[in-house]
Design a protein around this ligand. Structure first.
Ligand code: A3P
Ligand code: MG
Ligand code: MG
Length: 365
């Protein structure tokens, strides 16, 4: 059993965007400072403007870094969906359940030539569950780390800058409950990326209803009544823009920023611009919904948001037409390949994609 989805010719995805639903948070969970799962919003952070001039490398030697080589499958997402279903007394209605990161890779595939990916998918009770193929992730990280000599700071230090910026820009409690001392000394806080807040949303692209789980970095104010849009904030760092070439690169990066934020309904992105050696020099607020226009209005735009949506809508329909029986399927794109392949790797069962706990719950329902 195998099928191929062509990315080329791209032109067929042009035109008006297929309908999209506004993402609505249906549940959430947190990982605490030891990366232990909690069915609550305890790790949610509050945005508060960072101080400029800070060296983002400061504290690298005390970084509490998550070991992300472990395969966590969809376990935390399924735990949270299960709790939501117990409360609602019925199954969620999604055609596809996955991490936001997987959907980002799919949606970016049309314009992202270099990136390959591998995912595992299984059909269970009329819904396709998709996880990252962990082996592939670990191997591609290793390849990246061993690519020949490069200029500039080590890769792990540069990665730390992103988490440092999060610590500099957030508070663990609302501003009114935070001391001035804490706010002014955030540059001395220990950076810990084991702690996360994850939002679980129901959303739609074209004819498909999706349930996505993904990390959100911070909230602007506080959570409104259930169902109302939430003022989430996505935090990003980027090299300061000094030339037209830098601007070009930044506009290309905006695609991933936009897709990532669009999928969870994050309305605002805060970019911390840094010098080449990692000093925070400027902070800019970007409205997610303005990004497609901003990019289109530039000459030689390299991507188009409507085309990303149309591509994703068609790919999701293809997936549902392809994965119609039990077993495990691989979704694979080789770097630079003009196709995405879907083929069976296990004839029966659901592997470790669906946890035992989730199966036991669904059997009873
Ligand atoms: P920056 O985005 O500021 O570079 P996110 O932006 O998704 O909230 O992720 C937070 C940080 O995790 C990133 O900060 C970056 O440091 C690191 N990160 C995320 N995705 C990564 C990837 N694919 N490779 C390396 N680092 C990554
Ligand atoms: Mg994040
Ligand atoms: Mg971020």
């Amino acid at each position: 059993m195998s099928a191929t989805f062509s990315i080329q010719p791209m032109g067929r995805f042009a035109g008006q965007s297929q309908p999209v639903k506004r993402p609505k948070e249906i549940a959430c969970f947190s990982y605490d400072e030891n990366h232990e799962f909690r069915l609550d919003d305890s790790s949610m952070k509050y945005y508060y403007t960072p101080q400029l001039g800070v060296d983002l490398s400061k504290g690298f030697n005390t970084f509490q870094k998550l070991d992300d080589s472990k395969d966590e499958h969809l376990d935390s997402l399924l735990k949270t969906i299960m709790a939501h279903e117990k409360e609602a007394g019925k199954k969620i209605d999604a055609h596809v359940v996955t991490w936001r990161g997987m959907m980002t890779k799919i949606m970016a595939a049309l314009f992202e030539q270099q990136d390959g990916f591998e995912m595992n998918a299984t059909l269970y009770q009329d819904c396709i569950f998709i996880e990252e193929n962990n082996e592939y992730k670990v191997q591609s990280r290793a390849r990246e780390n061993h690519r020949g000599p490069r200029r500039g700071p080590p890769l792990d230090v540069m990665q730390f800058w992103g988490y440092k910026f999060e610590t500099l820009s957030t508070l663990p409690n609302p501003w009114a409950e935070t001391s001035r001392e804490y706010i002014e000394n955030r540059e001395n806080q220990i950076v810990n990326n084991k702690e996360q807040y994850c939002s679980v949303v129901r959303t739609g692209i074209g004819k498909s209803t999706l349930c996505l789980g993904g990390e959100v970095d911070a909230i602007w104010d506080s959570k409104p009544h259930p169902g109302q849009p939430i003022n989430w904030v996505e935090l990003k760092t980027s090299a300061e823009i000094r030339s037209p070439g830098d601007m070009d690169n930044f506009h290309r990066k905006l695609m991933k920023y936009w897709i990532q934020s669009f999928l969870l309904g994050v309305p605002k992105i805060i970019v911390g611009f840094r010098t080449r050696d990692g000093v925070l020099v400027e902070v800019k607020e970007i409205e997610t919904h303005n990004i497609p226009q901003t990019v289109n209005s530039r000459q030689g735009a390299r991507w188009n948001a409507d085309m990303c949506v149309n591509f994703a809508a068609e790919f999701l329909e293809f997936l549902q037409a392809t994965i119609t029986e039990e077993g495990i399927f691989r979704i694979r794109r080789h770097p630079s390949s003009p196709t995405i392949e879907v083929f069976k790797v296990e004839e029966t069962g659901h592997g470790s994609i669906i946890s035992e706990e989730f199966k036991n719950w669904r059997i009873k329902l």
